[in-house]
Design a binder for this molecule. Structure first.
Ligand SMILES: CC(C)(COP(=O)(O)OP(=O)(O)OC[C@H]1O[C@@H](n2cnc3c(N)ncnc32)[C@H](O)[C@@H]1OP(=O)(O)O)[C@@H](O)C(=O)NCCC(=O)NCCS
Length: 166
């Protein structure tokens, strides 16, 4: 990693969406990390990222939003003690510890919200930066779903399910 930048992280409001959408749009456009379709409309992305029941957070570097994550229950009802998270760093800002800061913040937020574990359902197996980051934060690959993701460049690749207790 090069220089680690100090970010401040807070809950997002709907007013932040105008600065979150360019990040979501740019991340999904590459079609190599998220199931959300690259051609998703802003409205569809808003419904996914800012859904009622989501805890959405933004990371600031000075006044610029450089990352965002969503914390939610992974399942309803009897599975609702396990959290799920989704993370996006602004392209061009990768490799400066922002993803790690989001991840660590989300683990603390999940603990504070009473979750007992965190599970990622769909980590693209070729997304080495993400896999390595989550492993460093204590997640283990508990299973791999073969050919579950249509990678824009590589075709059918696997999803890892990653998990850690809190
Ligand atoms: C994945 C993502 C959140 C990581 O954010 P980031 O700010 O780049 O992450 P960090 O800088 O905190 O850490 C990245 C780590 O991956 C490592 N890394 C980078 N490229 C790598 C590669 N090709 N292989 C293995 N490790 C790699 C870095 O060295 C760093 O680890 P270190 O701190 O031990 O040096 C960000 O790249 C992103 O938003 N990607 C697009 C969306 C996405 O993939 N979201 C996650 C879906 S599961």
């Amino acid at each position: 990693m090069t220089e680690v930048v100090p970010v401040s992280i807070r809950r997002a409001t709907n007013n932040d969406w105008a600065l979150i959408w360019p990040i979501v749009s740019a991340v999904i456009a590459t079609g190599d990390t998220y199931s959300l379709a690259p051609e998703s409309t802003e409205q569809a992305a808003h419904a996914y990222w800012m859904a009622p029941g989501n805890q959405t957070y933004v990371a600031f570097l000075d006044k610029e939003i450089v990352g965002t994550y969503v914390l939610r229950a992974n399942q309803q009802g009897l599975g609702s003690h396990v959290a799920n998270g989704s993370y996006m760093v602004k392209p061009g800002r990768y490799g400066h510890g922002i993803g790690a800061a989001l991840g660590e913040h989300s683990l603390a937020a999940a603990r504070a919200a009473g979750f007992r574990a965190m599970q990622f359902n769909a980590v693209v197996s070729t997304n080495m930066r993400a896999v390595a980051l989550w492993q460093r934060l204590g997640f283990v690959i508990v299973g791999t779903v073969p050919k579950a993701f249509r990678h824009r460049q590589r075709g059918l690749v696997d999803f890892h399910v990653m998990h850690r207790f809190l």
